[in-house]
Design a protein around this ligand. Structure first.
Ligand code: HEC
Length: 460
C-alpha cells in the first residue's frame, strides 16, 4: 500500500470523526437534565396530586430526596405510560382531564434517569404546589356523615346514611370530591341527592330490604346479590329490558354530585355545566364498608362541594346503565356481556364512567343514532378496578332521543387475571367486590338551557 493512500485514509478518518463529534454535540445539548430545573416541574404538574404524603400513592415525589430512590421505576412508569393513570383509548374521544404526559415530558424524564438522575442547582427548583390536607379541590361547603362505627366483623356492608344540606336555596355544584373518613374501611361511597320528603320512605324501604328479599335479589348481611335462579342473560341487548331484571329498564336516572371509587379523583364539570341540589334536599351517602383491619374503626366520610361561580347554562344528571343478569362461568378468560339502553330524550353528553369489579377486562360503548349511523363513544381497552376514572369530554356531544347505547364488556375470570379473587366460581351480579357489576354511566345535560324546574331523582 502506498503512503499516499495511507495519508488519504488518515485524512478521511480525521474528517469523519470531526463531523461525527460536531453532530453529537448538536444532538445532546450542553445543558444536562436536572431534577430541579427539568423534572420537578413535570412531577408538580402531573404526579404530586397523588404522590404526596397521606394521599393515595405509596410514595411522595416532591423533593429530590423523595424521588431519587424511585428514579428507575419513575422512568419505567412514564415510558410505559403506566403513570399518570389513564385507561380510556386516546383514539376515541378527547377528554379534558386526560393527564397523559407529552412525548417531550417523557423524553426529559427518560434522559434525566439515563444521565445519572442529577439534582442540579437549588435555585432552579420551583415552589412545590400547595394542597389543602386531603382535598384536591377547594370546597365552599363540606357535609359529613355522623360518626359511623365499622366493627372488626364488618366484611361487606352497604350503609345508607342521610345528611341534610340545610340549603335555603338551590345550589349549583361545579366540582365535588368525596373523601373517605378512613381509607382502610371505605371501599366506595356514592353521594346522591334526595328530596327531604322522600327520606323517610327510603329509610323504610332500606330497612325492609335489609330484612327481606325480593323476587330477583337476596341478601347476606347487608349486601345484595342477584338470585341464583334469576334468568341468565349475557347479551342484554337481546332482551327488550336491555339487561335489567325482567320488567325493569337497564338504565335509570340518578343525581350524583360526588363518588369515591378506587382511583377516582375529584370531579370538576366544565364551565357552564353544573349539578343542582334543590333547596332543603338531603344527601344520601351509600357507603360500602369492608373492614379487614382486625379492629373497630370509626368513619366520618364527607363530601366537599364547590359552588358554580359562573352562570350555569346546563344542568347535569346521570344515566346509570347496567346488565344485572350475566353469568361468568368459572375460568372463562374472555366472557362477553352486553347492555342496551335507548335514550328517552335528547341529551348533551358531558362525561362517561365504566364500572366493573376485579374481573372487568374491557368495556366499549357504541351509539347507534336514529338514522342508523353509529360510532364508538368510549373505549376502555385495559380496564383496571383500581382506576375508575370519569372521563370528561372536551367538546360535549348531542345524542338525540332514540339513540341506542350498546355497551360491550369482557370479563376475565381465569387465573391469568392477577386480581381475580377466585377463578373457580361462577360469578353473577352482586354488591361485594368479589362478585361483579357491569355498569356504564353517562353524565349529561339537557340541551335546552336551564329553567327554574328542579331535577327529579329516582335514587336507587
Ligand atoms: C391519580 C393519582 C396518581 C397520579 C396522578 C400519579 N400516580 Fe403514580 N401511583 C399512584 C398509585 C395509587 C400508585 C400505586 C398503585 C399502582 O402502582 O397502581 C402509584 C404508583 C407509582 C409508581 C410505582 C409503580 C410500580 O411499578 O410499582 C411510580 C414509579 C409512579 N407511580 C410514578 C408516577 C409518576 C412519575 C407520575 C406522574 C408522571 C405519577 N405516578 C402520577 C397514583 C398516582
Amino acid at each position: 500500500m502506498g503512503s499516499h493512500r495511507i495519508t488519504l485514509i488518515l485524512v478521511m478518518f480525521v474528517i469523519c470523526s470531526l463531523v461525527a463529534k460536531a453532530v453529537a454535540q448538536e444532538a445532546s445539548p450542553a445543558k444536562e437534565v436536572t431534577f430541579n430545573r427539568d423534572v420537578a416541574p413535570i412531577l408538580y404538574r402531573n404526579c404530586v396530586v397523588c404522590h404526596r404524603p397521606n394521599d393515595i400513592a405509596p410514595m411522595p415525589l416532591i423533593t429530590y430526596k423523595d424521588t431519587r430512590p424511585w428514579a428507575q421505576p419513575v422512568r419505567e412508569a412514564v415510558v410505559n405510560r403506566k403513570m399518570p393513570p389513564w385507561h380510556a383509548d386516546p383514539k376515541v374521544g378527547d377528554f379534558i382531564n386526560d393527564p397523559r404526559l407529552t412525548a417531550a415530558e417523557i423524553a426529559t424524564i427518560d434522559s434525566w434517569v439515563r444521565t445519572g438522575a442529577k439534582e442540579g442547582d437549588p435555585k432552579d427548583l420551583p415552589p412545590a404546589p400547595a394542597f389543602a390536607e386531603g382535598w384536591h379541590i377547594k370546597p365552599d361547603v363540606v357535609l359529613t356523615i355522623p360518626e359511623f362505627l365499622v366493627t372488626a366483623a364488618s366484611q361487606d356492608d352497604y350503609e345508607y346514611i342521610y345528611v341534610p344540606t340545610n340549603f335555603a336555596e338551590d345550589k349549583w355544584i361545579q366540582a365535588a370530591e368525596v373523601l373517605p373518613g378512613d381509607r382502610r374501611v371505605v371501599h366506595h361511597a356514592t353521594v346522591s341527592v334526595i328530596a327531604a320528603d322522600k327520606v323517610a320512605k327510603k329509610e323504610e324501604e332500606n330497612a325492609k330490604s335489609n330484612a327481606g328479599e325480593d323476587k330477583y335479589h337476596y341478601r347476606t348481611g347487608r349486601v345484595l346479590h342477584i338470585r341464583k335462579d334469576a334468568p341468565v342473560l349475557d347479551d342484554g341487548c337481546s332482551s327488550p329490558d336491555g339487561g335489567g331484571v325482567p320488567g325493569e329498564p337497564s338504565g335509570y336516572l340518578n343525581i350524583v354530585p360526588g363518588i369515591y371509587l378506587p382511583g377516582h379523583l375529584a370531579e370538576t364539570r366544565p364551565l357552564g355545566f353544573a349539578l343542582r341540589i334543590p333547596a332543603g334536599s338531603y344527601l344520601q351517602f351509600q357507603v360500602h364498608y369492608s373492614n379487614h383491619s382486625g379492629e373497630d374503626v370509626k368513619d366520618r366520610t364527607r363530601i366537599g362541594l364547590v359552588f358554580a361561580k359562573e352562570p350555569v347554562k346546563h344542568e347535569i344528571a346521570q344515566y346509570e346503565i347496567w346488565n344485572n343478569l350475566f353469568l361468568i362461568p368459572p375460568n372463562a378468560d374472555n366472557h362477553r356481556v352486553t347492555s342496551c339502553f335507548t335514550l328517552p330524550k335528547d341529551v348533551t353528553v358531558v362525561a362517561y364512567t365504566a364500572h366493573m369489579h376485579f374481573r372487568g377486562k374491557s368495556m366499549k360503548t357504541e351509539a347507534i343514532y336514529p338514522d342508523g349511523k353509529y360510532e364508538v363513544i368510549l373505549n376502555v381497552p385495559n380496564y383496571d378496578f383500581r382506576w375508575q376514572e370519569t372521563y370528561f369530554l372536551r367538546h360535549q356531544v348531542l345524542l338525540p332521543k332514540g339513540t341506542e347505547l350498546v355497551t360491550t364488556a369482557y370479563f376475565d375470570n381465569s387465573l391469568n387475571n392477577p386480581q381475580n379473587p377466585d377463578p373457580s366460581k361462577a360469578i353473577r351480579w352482586g354488591e361485594p367486590s368479589d362478585e361483579e357489576m357491569m355498569g356504564f354511566w353517562l353524565q349529561f345535560a339537557d340541551p335546552n338551557p336551564v329553567d327554574a324546574k328542579p331535577a327529579v331523582a329516582e335514587v336507587k
